[in-house]
Design a protein around this ligand. Structure first.
Ligand code: KG4
Ligand code: ZN
Length: 371
């Protein structure tokens, strides 16, 4: 087991992968001197999802004021920085281009090292901000709007993917559940709040069971599509059988809609959904902990703000004497402090990037299962 030594650094982090424009200044991968996030939720709300073109335009308008504010709040000027870091993957390509171009331009003009950071990996290290260093190896769980992945984190620079969702990410499932229940966007926090008032045994929703892999090992992957369909049918009823000769593409016909739910039913369905979704995640975490000897559990991503997931992970950590690193609530969602925080580890390991590094829509690390 090793502790990673913290060298001296002062890093400007930039984040623009989806619908948050963010910049932060972090010292030594730990002390957050400033943390500015400009969210675009209000621009995407009526579409119930992020519209890529609207997101890129908003990033272009906001990126420089956000960076300026982060530097001002930290009372730092560019020459004082050790490096400029950016989340360059995964994400919406137009959005990533804005942050990556800004970071490269600043790094080049100030003559500072440029560090490109994988956003999914950075989420894992948000629980180290403003805290003492943790021991490695660790188990890493990312639960976000785009990813649900488990990693063996040998040290900050060596991660192995152990499992991932085979369909939707958990945050995405929450967002779709919110739409099915007639709630707004982003749905995760709304379903979570409603679930806290409901009966979680109202419906016994299924948790996917993915069995064993080719080597006979229990799989560490998860799936949320069956749960989503089960919720849809619980809200609207099983769709009517289509009569013979119905044209292809004709949408299914349901007997009910979300508008027919009473407030109690809506809360009970949200609670039942939440119970099954969190149970699905907890089960693979426990399975992974049985396989890999770790004393630390790193957790990150938007859904790590979920009340039930936090409570259940805390109970698990206590039962197994684990050092659980749940991020503070403001660092669960997309932010730039986690980008600067993780960049510190890359800088200490001599991992500086060329200005030729391009943004990428996918995280190679988080998308390919090591099965
Ligand atoms: O990490 P994040 O900000 O963006 C990505 O990297 O994808 O995660 C956003 C996701 C959304 O899907 C949102 O609904 C979900 O995190 N989320 C939650 C909660 N708060 C945010 N999901 C469940 N419970 C919450 N309390
Ligand atoms: Zn994220």
């Amino acid at each position: 087991m090793s502790h990673v030594a913290l060298g001296e650094s002062l890093i400007l982090g930039i984040e623009s992968s989806c619908d948050e424009t963010a910049a932060a200044v972090v010292r030594n991968g730990r002390d957050v001197l400033s943390d500015v996030v400009s969210t675009q939720h209000e621009l995407h709300e009526r579409y119930k999802g992020v519209v890529p073109e609207i997101a890129s335009r908003a990033h272009v308008e906001r990126i420089l004021p956000v960076i300026r504010e982060a530097l001002d709040r930290a009372s730092i000027t560019l020459p004082a920085l050790s490096a400029v870091a950016v989340g360059h993957r995964p994400g919406l390509i137009g959005s990533l281009l804005v942050g990556t171009s800004a970071a490269k331009a600043l790094a080049w003009s100030a003559g500072k090292p440029f560090i490109a950071v994988d956003h999914v990996v950075a989420h894992l290290f948000a629980g180290l901000l403003e805290r003492e260093p943790c021991a490695f190896p660790a188990l890493g769980l990312v639960v976000s709007g785009g990813h649900t992945s488990l990693f063996l984190v040998r040290d900050p620079l060596h991660l192995e993917l152990l499992g991932r969702t085979i369909d939707d990410a958990i945050g995405e499932a929450y967002d779709k559940a919110a739409t099915m229940l007639g709630l707004g966007y982003p749905g995760g926090p709304l379903v979570d709040a409603l679930a806290q008032r409901g009966n979680d045994r109202f419906v016994d929703f299924p948790t996917a069971w993915l069995g064993r892999d080719a080597e006979g090992e229990r799989r560490l992957d998860v799936s949320f599509s069956g749960l989503k369909t089960a919720l849809l049918y619980a809200v609207r009823g099983v769709p009517e059988r289509k009569p013979k000769g119905t044209p292809r593409g004709e949408p299914p016909r349901y007997a009910r809609s979300a508008a027919d739910l009473s407030e109690t039913e809506r809360a009970d369905l949200a609670a039942s959904f939440q119970r099954a979704a969190v149970h699905g995640v907890l089960r693979v975490v426990e399975r992974a902990l049985d396989r890999v000897p770790v004393r630390t559990l790193l957790v990150g991503g938007g859904a790590s703000a979920n009340s039930r997931l936090r409570t259940e992970l805390s109970a698990l950590a206590t039962a197994r004497s684990l050092d659980l690193r749940l991020p503070a609530m403001n660092w669960c969602l997309d932010n730039a402090a986690m980008i600067a925080g993780y960049a510190h580890h890359r800088l200490c390991g001599g991992q500086i990037d060329s200005l030729d590094v391009c943004p990428q829509p996918l995280s190679v690390l988080a998308s390919t299962a090591a099965r």
